[in-house]
Design a protein around this ligand. Structure first.
Ligand code: GDP
Ligand code: IMO
Ligand code: MG
Length: 427
């Protein structure tokens, strides 16, 4: 059985936990989009892993891990992650496969990301400054791109980097004249690349071939989406999105595996909504309710530590994501976080120009005009963090789940009641 796990909101839905659980029955876990902008949390006993590039299956020693062609790899972050796991006696040797076609994030991408955001002032996108946009821009632009496979040919890479860094320095000097005294050093960048090559070359592979061989052997593959569908470059709330196809639609292009190989698309949502960075968020609660959710859910970014914006569950947005992703079942996380609220709201429609709409407008001009139309359900006070069976949940919590299920028209088969593996209800 092959599965694909994707976020149906603006990221941080709890994909890391869901992938970790499903990885128990998988042979391979594949990251196919994004880069170190992702922060996927996996909690195993007293250990809490925050993974940015390694697939969340990496903490399970028998699972093979693929970083496929669609990912942009920051070698520094990846090496640190491999070493952190090694420090906990979890080795990736012989079971990590990084696509030779995956593009490489280098220092000038991160610098570009930072300068661009600074120059935008109050109009900034609120990126993670991990160099994601600039690296994907170089991928599309082709002339100045570096791919993981280039680490196998350091002499050629040195010549190419010479041209690339010269070009980048000219661009930085022209756009940011205040910085022209601090050009990037080709020598420093190349020396780092030599180091990266030494550590990462053993893992570089043709991951498309690897995956197709696995499919021929009926191995079980789990695809792990990063970010969320509403941050998808084509289908999200552009320009307040990331630079990859972070919905399920990114899976085939990002891995070289056709969409029909996946038997089950699992969408992950929180029982409320969060967003980090700028952009429209119709159900945002910039008030004591948002703060209550942030405090109880520890809603601070895994990658940047920024406080996450919090609001009510938006069924218009999540059902749009479920539709574009062909979602077969949903994992509803953080149900425990809502305990103690008298009333819980679900946005069932938007009012735009006096008309009710239930199909999400990704166009931000229309989205900015959307007034959420809510329905309310009564809350519950019970601590549900140890509940194992759906029928042991408070009736109000069961009713809340039933309402969301009806709005999404997809079965909720996994319910998260805490960060740990065992704090999960299966239906
Ligand atoms: P991801 O990016 O989708 O993998 O999500 P993050 O790891 O960035 O953020 C999710 C956070 O919620 C992490 O701290 C998880 O440990 C935590 N978490 C996941 N599921 C649950 C849940 O059901 N309840 C609670 N309280 N925490 C959860
Ligand atoms: P995971 O995989 C939440 C957001 C950033 C910013 C926008 C663009 O952990 O769910 P980028 O650095 O990608 O150019 O930033 O996208 N963003 C995320 N928000 N979770 C993520 O990943 C995110 N990755 C990027 O906050 O608004
Ligand atoms: Mg995250």
């Amino acid at each position: 059985m092959n599965c694909c796990v994707v976020g149906l909101q603006w990221g941080d839905e709890g994909k890391g936990k869901v992938v970790d659980i499903l990885a128990e029955h998988s042979d391979i876990v594949v990251r196919y989009n994004g880069g170190a902008n992702a922060g996927h949390t996996v909690v195993v006993g007293n250990n809490r892993f925050a993974l940015h590039l390694l697939p969340s299956g990496s903490v399970r020693p028998n699972v093979n891990c693929v970083i496929a062609n669609g990912v942009v790899v920051d070698p520094e972050v990846l090496i640190e992650e491999i070493e952190t796991l090694a420090g906990k006696n979890i080795t990736l040797n012989g079971r990590l496969f990084i696509s030779e076609n995956a593009h490489v994030v280098l220092a000038y991408h991160k610098k570009d990301d930072q300068l661009r955001e600074e120059s935008l002032g109050k109009n900034k996108l609120g990126t993670t400054i991990r160099g994601i946009g600039p690296c994907y821009a170089d991928k599309v632009g082709r002339s100045y791109a570096v791919r993981m496979g280039d680490f196998r040919h350091l002499d050629q890479l040195k010549t190419r980097l010479q041209a690339i860094v010269e070009y980048k320095n000219k661009v930085f000097a022209a756009l940011y004249p205040d910085l022209s005294g601090q050009p990037l050093s080709i020598k420093d960048i190349f020396e780092k690349c030599k180091l990266y090559a030494g550590k990462l070359t053993p893992f570089i592979a043709d991951t498309t071939e690897f995956l197709h061989k696995a499919i021929a052997q009926s191995q079980s593959i789990l695809f792990e989406g990063a970010q969320g569908s509403l941050l998808d470059l084509d289908h999200g709330t552009f320009p307040y999105v990331t630079s990859s196809n972070s919905s399920a639609l990114g899976m085939p292009a990002g891995s070289g595996v056709p969409a029909r190989v996946v038997d089950r698309y699992v969408g992950v949502v929180k029982a409320y909504t969060t967003r980090v960075g700028a952009g429209p968020f119709p159900t945002e609660q910039d008030n004591e309710i948002g703060q209550y959710i942030r405090d109880r859910g520890h809603e601070y970014g895994t990658t940047t530590g920024r406080p996450r914006r919090c609001g009510w569950f938006d069924a218009v947005a999540a059902s749009y994501s479920a539709k574009i992703g062909g979602i077969d079942s949903v994992a509803l996380m953080h149900l425990d976080t809502l305990a103690g609220l008298k009333e819980i709201k679900i946005c069932r429609a938007y009012k735009i120009n006096g008309q009710e709409k239930t199909f999400f407008p990704a166009d931000i001009d229309r989205l900015c005009q959307a007034e959420p139309v809510y329905e309310s359900v009564p809350g519950w006070d019970e601590d549900i963090t140890n509940v194992k069976d759906f029928h042991d949940l408070p009736t109000n919590a069961q009713d809340f789940i039933a309402r969301i299920e009806e709005h999404l028209a997809v079965a909720i088969t996994i319910i998260g009641v805490g960060p740990a593996r065992q704090q999960t209800i299966f239906r």
